[in-house]
Every structure is written in structure tokens, then in C-alpha cells.
Design a protein around this ligand. Structure first.
Ligand SMILES: C[S@@+](CC[C@H](N)C(=O)[O-])C[C@H]1O[C@@H](n2cnc3c(N)ncnc32)[C@H](O)[C@@H]1O
Length: 311
């Protein structure tokens, strides 16, 4: 497949990425442009396993001879790496076809620094290097025999069309943009509709977001959604209720949203982001949502928080 050219991005001017330690001993980066870290400070690698590889049932799927995976917002490649680690530990012969989307080629490249990839197994390190090479010089690093695919560098709202055109359908989609208020353009109904076209049935998409607006956009795009339950209650975060959202187009088993989460969708926070042409700027998507919230007769989200004692 032809690789998309890199588009302009504020991060492209950035030449160095400073690794920042997270609580499980793995590193993440901080984006100046989005004013956010790339992962949870609680643990970057732990997040990749819990919210993406395990949440999409990869330990079970790994028994299949072939798998297709899509990593939306590849970044440092942790979700892909955790997926490959999980799959090949169970079935080293599993043939994986994996595409990663990101608009900033400097991030996956910087993530190949020895201290950042050292924790992954040798086959996964080789896979990460080969995936990065696909967007620059595919001859430079050979793909492992059990891996095909590559990185598509450019705005994911555009590069996803290359995958749709070739009929790519993944059994697992890792959906990991920066947070909805910082990067609304990747959490819209139209982008979810595009991503849905790349999800196989059966198959699952998972994300760390449990935002009502995101969930509403997913439902409008045709997904059936469930919650990603907390692994265990954390006394430091007594008001947390979910680790994210899992979506499917079929009837895969999901953990249903609680009554509290369903009510959340009906509040003003449950107004979805819109970008029908897949070209809008973040500010205009946020402004459009705000206008729709003002005009709606939905209950306020603060009254919902009080009703459920969420602080
Ligand atoms: C939260 S980080 C992803 C973290 C990643 N999954 C990892 O494991 O490192 C969000 C990523 O989205 C990318 N991004 C931001 N806007 C984008 C866009 N319009 N299209 C594609 N990627 C985008 C950023 O470059 C960044 O790598």
C-alpha cells in the first residue's frame, strides 16, 4: 500500500522527546502541542496491556492463525507492542497484519531509543523497528516473517480512507487519541463511522475514554458499546467508575453500561462532536458542540454528578 505523506503538525518541528517516567517504571512523552502526556501517569505499559491488548480479547484471539489489528494514534507504539507481545507469547506462529495511524513521524522514531524499547521481547523490538521503517525506508529493517502492515503517517481522518479502500477489517482496534477536549477531531461521529468500516465482525474497538460525548458518537456511528470496568477500586480515585469503553458492531460480549453511565449519556455531556467532512479544526468542533448543548433541553451534567455522588 502507498504510504501517505506526512502532513504539517506542530510537533514536527520538535526534534527531541524527553522520556517521562510513569508509575509502573515505563516511559511516556509529553506533548507541548496538546499539553498532555501520551499515556496514563499510573503506568504507560500497564495501560497498553489492560485497556487495549486484554480489553480486545487478544489472549483468546491469539489462538487463531491470522489476525488483523489497527492502532489509531500509534504514538510510541505501546498498544501495538503490547498486542504483539500478548499474541506471540501465546502463539508465536500467529500471522499479524497491523496498521498504525499517526500524523507525527517523530514520535514512533523517538520511541525506538534503546531505553524505551528495552523492556519488549526481541521479536517485538524487531517489529517496532520494522513498522517505523515502513514510513521512511522499508528496505532498512526487514519485517519479521509473522508480521505485515506498516505505519500510515498523516491525519488519521485521511489515512483511514486508504484502509477502507483496501477493505481492511481488523479484529481489534486500539483507539488512543489525545483526550476529547484537546483533540476533538478524532472523537467525532464521522471519524467513528470511518473507523467502524475497518472493524471486523466479530471484533472489538477499545479506548480509554469513558466520556459521554465519545460514547454518544460511537453509538451514533453504529457501534454497540460497553464499559471497561475498573480492575479494582483505587482509594486515591474514589469517584472513578470505568477505565474506558469497548465497542463492537456485532453481538460480542460486553460489560453493559451501568444505570449511572446510561444516565450520563442523556446529560449535556452526551452531545457528540461533529465533523461531517472530516476536515474541521478543533476549535470549530468544540464551538459547534457547545452551541448544541446550549440549545438542548438535556439535564446538566453537574446535576447528574450530584445525583450519583461523584464529587
Ligand atoms: C495519546 S497519543 C497516542 C499514544 C500511543 N497509543 C502510544 O502508545 O504511545 C496520541 C497520538 O495521536 C497523534 N495524533 C494527533 N493528532 C492526530 C491526527 N489528526 N491524526 C493522526 N494522529 C494524530 C499524536 O501524534 C500522538 O502520537
Amino acid at each position: 500500500m502507498a504510504m501517505a505523506p506526512a502532513t504539517s503538525n506542530q510537533n514536527l518541528n520538535k526534534t527531541t522527546w524527553e522520556p517521562q517516567l510513569t508509575k509502573d517504571g515505563s516511559y511516556t512523552f509529553f506533548s507541548e502541542a496538546f499539553q498532555e502526556t501520551f499515556h496514563s501517569r499510573q503506568g504507560a505499559k500497564a495501560e497498553a496491556f489492560a485497556k487495549f491488548a486484554i480489553a480486545t480479547d487478544l489472549p483468546e484471539l491469539a489462538k487463531q492463525p491470522k489476525l488483523k489489528l489497527l492502532d489509531v494514534c500509534y504514538g510510541l507504539g505501546y498498544n501495538s507492542a503490547a498486542a504483539l507481545e500478548t499474541i506471540w507469547k501465546i502463539n508465536p506462529a500467529c500471522q499479524v497484519d497491523l496498521y498504525g495511524l499517526d500524523n507525527d513521524a517523530t514520535v514512533p522514531r523517538a520511541a525506538l531509543a534503546p531505553e524505551l524499547i528495552a523492556d519488549w521481547s526481541a521479536p517485538v523490538q524487531q517489529a517496532l523497528k520494522a513498522l517505523v521503517a515502513t514510513s521512511q525506508d522499508p528496505e532498512a529493517v526487514p519485517m519479521p516473517a509473522n508480521l505485515t502492515g506498516g505505519l500510515l503517517i498523516g491525519d488519521a481522518r485521511q489515512t483511514i480512507k486508504l484502509l477502507i479502500d483496501q477493505g481492511f477489517q481488523a479484529q481489534a482496534i486500539f483507539f488512543d487519541p489525545f483526550s476529547p477536549r484537546r483533540c476533538p477531531q478524532l472523537w467525532t461521529v464521522a471519524f467513528f463511522q470511518a473507523v467502524a468500516r475497518c472493524l471486523a465482525t466479530p471484533g472489538k474497538l477499545t479506548t480509554y475514554s469513558r466520556s459521554a460525548s465519545v460514547r454518544a458518537a460511537m453509538i451514533e456511528a453504529g457501534f454497540t458499546i460497553g464499559t471497561l470496568p475498573l480492575a479494582q477500586p483505587d482509594p486515591n480515585y474514589p469517584h472513578e467508575w470505568s477505565q474506558g469503553t469497548v465497542a463492537t458492531l456485532g453481538n460480542a460480549e460486553l460489560t453493559p453500561l451501568s444505570e449511572m453511565e446510561q444516565e450520563h449519556l442523556l446529560t449535556r455531556a452526551g452531545v457528540a462532536f461533529r465533523d461531517p467532512e472530516l476536515t474541521a479544526e478543533a476549535d470549530s468542533i468544540l464551538a459547534q458542540q457547545k452551541q448544541e448543548q446550549i440549545e438542548s433541553d438535556r439535564p446538566s451534567t453537574s446535576s447528574w454528578r450530584r445525583r450519583w455522588d461523584l464529587g
